[in-house]
Design a protein around this ligand. Structure first.
Ligand SMILES: Cc1cc2nc3c(=O)[nH]c(=O)nc-3n(C[C@H](O)[C@H](O)[C@H](O)COP(=O)(O)O)c2cc1C
Length: 197
């Protein structure tokens, strides 16, 4: 269904069509390494300060409007999410020329079946080492004289610090670029509407 490398798709003319197509593309991006939306920027609040970083979208469920990404339970973003659940996921796909700004409610899960079943799969893959470092993300490391040094070895015996984060989409702000005039639309609990770009 996805047409990467091909010309941009027709821009949907109706709001229901557009909404369906946005969710279709979200669903497609978790399977397609080349889809621009797969690597999304997640903005959160760190006290009064903004913070942002990229994360990989792993799962998308339209009925519950939930997206899932994985993280290290010790990472600063997890503490930020626990303090303030509001987030914004920003996605840009160059081949679609579509931008998405998703207002989300974030929730961290560090145990339970949902976590252990995903960890059981992940721990056999090279990506497992992202969650096995004995030091939390953001720890200062380094050898003598400003060299990078050898990071501490992964803690293979441990359960890891794998956590999953659910992002429930509360509103969608979509912008599509095209030669004949850009378009913008917004969807939330009240419905959908076209906006001036
Ligand atoms: C291409 C790319 C993909 C990334 N994917 C993830 C991810 O899925 N989950 C994650 O926690 N960090 C991911 N990171 C690292 C984060 O961007 C960030 O640097 C790290 O998680 C620390 O963020 P924090 O200090 O805000 O917690 C990724 C980084 C890059 C460059």
């Amino acid at each position: 269904m996805h047409r990467h490398g091909a010309a941009s798709p027709e821009m949907p003319e109706s709001l229901p069509e557009l909404r369906a197509q946005i969710w279709q593309e979200l669903q497609a991006c978790v399977q397609d390494r080349n889809h621009g939306w797969r690597v999304a920027t997640l903005a959160t609040l760190s006290g009064q300060e903004p913070d942002a970083r990229v994360v990989v979208l792993r799962e998308v469920d339209e009925p519950s409007r939930e997206l899932v990404f994985y993280t290290d339970a010790r990472s600063p973003k997890v503490a930020q999410i626990r303090a303030r659940s509001q987030g914004l996921l920003l996605c840009w796909c160059a081949s679609l020329s579509w931008q998405l700004r998703l207002r989300v409610r974030l929730e961290v899960e560090t145990d339970g079946l949902e976590v252990s079943s995903r960890w059981a799969r992940l721990k056999l893959s090279p990506a497992a080492q992202d969650y096995l470092s004995p030091l939390p993300p953001g720890s200062v490391i380094g050898g003598a004289h400003g060299t990078h040094g050898t990071p501490p070895a992964p803690d293979r015996g441990s359960r890891g610090h794998f956590a999953l984060v659910r992002a429930r989409v509360e509103s969608i702000d979509w912008t599509g670029l095209r030669g004949g005039g850009h378009r913008r639309a917004q969807f939330d609990a009240q419905g959908g509407r076209w906006l001036t770009p």
